[in-house]
Ligand binder design. Structure first.
Ligand code: UGA
Length: 433
């Protein structure tokens, strides 16, 4: 089958590459000429394990190509995916500007009836608008658009795996044939397919992200309490997770969730509820706990040192999670700004995000390109992102290279026993010292 994908951000590029991997002929459309030229040469604009080889393979096989031209992209496409960004607007709502622009471009470009598949995370009800926007452009023709909501659930850092082995494919369609067409596109993956109406599919996306965010905030509150009461949150989470009704994933206590999805989608869902005259009380708490959790490392350092004024701090990890260079809503930014406001001197190391971080962090932050160098001569270390490189690190380096050998582990990647053996002072989240 032939598919077009409008927008080559994370979701769009992955949709295009995976569909081509399944044997479909895919053309990805993006208005950014520079980006399209790079992707055409097989260079993905994002850091994601496994993406570049898969992209190259399908480019070479002639199943995948890129264009800036909607007419070229939409020509003969069985389905056109919309995967443009829906950033947060100043009121915390999803900004649909790019979706609307894509709809107008699609409506002007198509030369037959068209099935439009929405991958972008859009507020419940938006697919009705999408249909109207495209059909408005088609008003002088005999063609018509059908829309299908097909939300994406992949995680950055494990997107290839998540796409190929997804737990489910959600297909929300009011038009049976359009839904069948999208189901046929995914057929080679042999995944469980759930067919729903359009609004339920749109809601499944928000409800899933909000639920996962709630799970994280819940375990972070259990961590807060565990510290005060003498329990170990890691053992609590392991014990809870064995109950299949709860599940073990997304119960990792830490410094709060970040990224381009959970913060934005929880806010947007709250906003949608507000628009309907309903107050989503649980989500208020989820957000509050998350903000509080981002300050937990600095509080621990203040408890330990009294003041951090003039102290040298090494921050290990900047991206909001490992295996990505994405800095959007990264807790590291909040933590570093707090440290700077309190007069600390900050050095930071990240295996992938330094280039992006440079544009976001204040220039007083020293970005170091080697782990050991970043540790050198610092008073204490904050571990902020759970990169594998840090998990593999010989903990004795903290003792050898820093002044006092003190580590605050914001992701609980080490155990107290490992720290004791390395001879360092170790602080973590929700565990006895
Ligand atoms: C999230 C969802 O997991 C995906 O299913 C969804 O498709 C995506 O949003 C999206 O809407 O596009 P992502 O933001 O890439 O994926 O990353 P996650 O792995 O979910 O992590 C989000 C944040 O939660 C990170 O800051 C991570 O460190 C934190 N986290 C995650 C925890 O603090 N504890 C956990 O147990 C899990």
């Amino acid at each position: 089958m032939k598919a077009a994908v409008a927008g080559t951000g994370y979701v769009g590029l992955f949709t295009g590459v995976i569909l081509s991997e399944l044997g479909h002929s895919v053309i990805c459309i993006d208005t950014d000429r520079g980006k399209v030229a790079l992707m055409d040469m097989g260079q993905p604009p994002i850091h994601e394990p496994g993406l570049a080889p898969m992209m190259k393979k399908n480019l070479e096989a002639g199943r995948l190509c890129f264009t800036t031209d909607y007419e070229e992209g939409c020509k003969g496409a069985d389905a056109i995916f919309i995967a443009v960004g829906t950033p947060e607007d100043k009121n915390g709502r999803a900004d649909l500007r790019f979706v609307r622009e894509a709809c107008m471009s699609i409506g002007r470009a198509v030369t037959s009836d068209v099935t439009v598949v929405t991958k972008s995370t859009v507020p419940v009800g938006t697919n009705d608008l999408i249909k109207d926007w495209i059909n408005f452009e088609l008003r002088d023709s005999s063609f018509e658009a059908s829309v299908v909501s097909n939300p994406e659930f992949l995680r950055q850092g494990s997107a290839v795996h998540d796409s190929l082995y997804a737990d489910r494919v959600i297909i929300g369609a009011d038009d049976q044939n359009a839904g069948d067409l999208v189901e046929a596109l995914y057929f080679p993956l042999n995944l469980p397919v759930i067919r729903t109406d359009i609004r339920s599919a749109e809601m499944i996306k928000y409800a899933s992200n909000a639920f996962l965010a709630m799970k994280i905030s819940f375990i972070n509150e259990i961590a807060q309490l565990s510290e005060r009461i003498g329990a170990d949150v890691e053992e609590v989470a392991a014990g809870m997770g064995k109950d299949e009704r709860i599940g073990s994933r997304f119960l990792q206590a830490g410094i709060g969730y970040g990224g381009s999805c959970f913060p934005k989608d929880t806010k947007a869902l709250k906003g949608m509820a507000g628009d309907m005259g309903y107050s989503f009380k649980l989500l208020d708490a989820v957000e509050q706990v998350n903000m509080q959790q981002q300050t937990v490392l600095v509080e621990k350092a203040l408890n330990r040192f009294g003041s951090v004024d003039g102290l040298r701090v090494t921050v290990l990890g900047l991206s909001f999670k490992p295996n990505t260079d994405d800095m959007r809503e990264a807790p590291s930014v909040v933590i570093i700004n707090q440290l700077l406001a309190l007069g600390a001197h900050v050095s930071a190391y990240d295996p992938a995000a330094a280039a992006k971080a440079k544009n976001i962090l204040p220039s007083s932050v020293r970005l170091v390109h080697e782990l050991e160098l970043s540790l050198y001569n610092s008073d204490f270390v904050f571990l902020v992102t759970d990169w594998a490189e840090f998990k593999r690190m010989d903990l004795r380096k903290v003792k050898w290279y820093t002044k006092q050998g003190i580590l605050f582990d914001g992701r609980n990647i080490f155990s107290s026993e490992e720290a004791r053996q390395a001879g360092i002072e170790y602080h973590s989240i929700g565990r006895p010292v």
